[in-house]
Ligand binder design. Structure first.
Ligand SMILES: N[C@@H](CCC(=O)N[C@@H](CS)C(=O)NCC(=O)O)C(=O)O
Length: 306
């Protein structure tokens, strides 16, 4: 059997997508990437019948995986030789970085070109469910910077005992990936930390650990670029005929709620729900795997919770 095919749908400056591209790079897994625009609409995903709006999305053969924590755990299982490990502890770091992301996103400088683009601001207001107003963002900046600084405090505290990687006694692991992406984003986004007390002098262990991670990983792998049509063909190659499962609607609990996803229920496990989706004009299907944590599920016909 050949190795499962990985296709990463993302845009290069999505910090959440870095979680996945850093993982693929560290593990040297071959993959394709299907570059996406940073704002909606995303025609390449519509082609697949995917209406879920968040980035990244990963296809593993015929399965489309939503949410980065599910993507990472699925890749660990699908490619067990050389898996990074640290999965249980990684969950704690996933929650930590998800929380930190909210402060970090509020530190995006309003002077950046994207933040002056009304289309971008409208798109992100739709994404977050609240208005994006530069004056409000600027006024909130000191508080957001404090939130980010708490993040640096936390990693500095962890690293104080001299450990090289974030989990004591481990090589680089999933926990490092789950922690590093959001700090790295803040350290590399021009102007993000301006006005804060965050510096290499104040947080030497954290700065050294981020640099160690980047050195261990090396240049970020780009994968083979494929078009939306090529990606669709690769994914549908393994697609079955449409079944008759009950229609279920899925929305994330936090962001991107105005772009629900509907599919036919094919499986429900302890941690995931699998839906079948027929792309427009197709008679082959894709499977969409959604984690139960962080999402709400509703039966379309009755409106009842799944
Ligand atoms: N919990 C999600 C969060 C993903 C997320 O918020 N991604 C951001 C980009 S970094 C996003 O989708 N922004 C709006 C967009 O690109 O449409 C995950 O882990 O995948």
């Amino acid at each position: 059997m050949s190795a499962p095919k990985i296709i990463l749908y993302h845009y290069s400056y999505s910090p959440y997508a870095h979680k996945i591209s850093y993982y693929l790079t560290l593990r040297a897994l071959p993959f394709s990437q299907c570059p996406q625009p940073p704002i909606m609409p995303r025609a390449d995903l519509s082609l697949l019948g995917v209406t879920y709006r968040r980035i990244p999305v990963v296809a593993l053969d015929n399965r489309i995986l939503l949410n980065t924590s599910l993507i990472l755990s699925t890749l660990e299982t699908a490619f067990p030789t050389g898996a990074l490990g640290g999965g249980e502890a990684a969950a704690e770091w996933t929650r930590w970085s998800d929380k930190l992301f909210r402060s970090a996103a509020a530190c995006i400088p309003t002077g950046l070109p994207a933040m002056k683009n009304p289309a971008f601001l409208r798109d992100r207001a739709d994404f977050s469910g609240g208005a994006m107003n530069p004056e409000v963002i600027d006024a909130n900046r000191p508080r957001a910077l404090m939130g980010v600084q708490m993040g640096f405090e936390h990693t500095e505290e962890k690293l104080r005992d001299g450990r090289k990687w974030i989990l004591d006694g481990y090589e680089v692991s999933l926990a490092d990936i789950n922690a590093v992406w959001v700090l790295d984003w803040m350290l590399t986004l021009p102007g993000a930390l301006e006005g804060s007390e965050i510096s290499a002098e104040k947080y030497p262990l954290t700065y050294a650990w981020v640099a160690r991670f980047m050195a261990r990983m090396g240049p970020v792998a780009r994968g083979t670029i494929v078009s939306g049509a090529e990606a669709k063909e690769m994914i549908l190659a393994g697609g079955g005929a449409p079944g008759s499962g009950e229609e279920v609607k899925v929305v994330p609990v936090d962001t991107g709620r105005s772009h629900p996803q509907v599919g036919r229920l094919v499986r429900r496990d302890a941690d995931t729900v699998t839906l079948e989706v027929t792309p427009p004009g197709e008679n082959r299907t894709v499977l969409l795997v959604v984690p139960i944590e962080g999402f709400e599920f509703e039966k379309v016909e009755t409106g009842a919770r799944l």
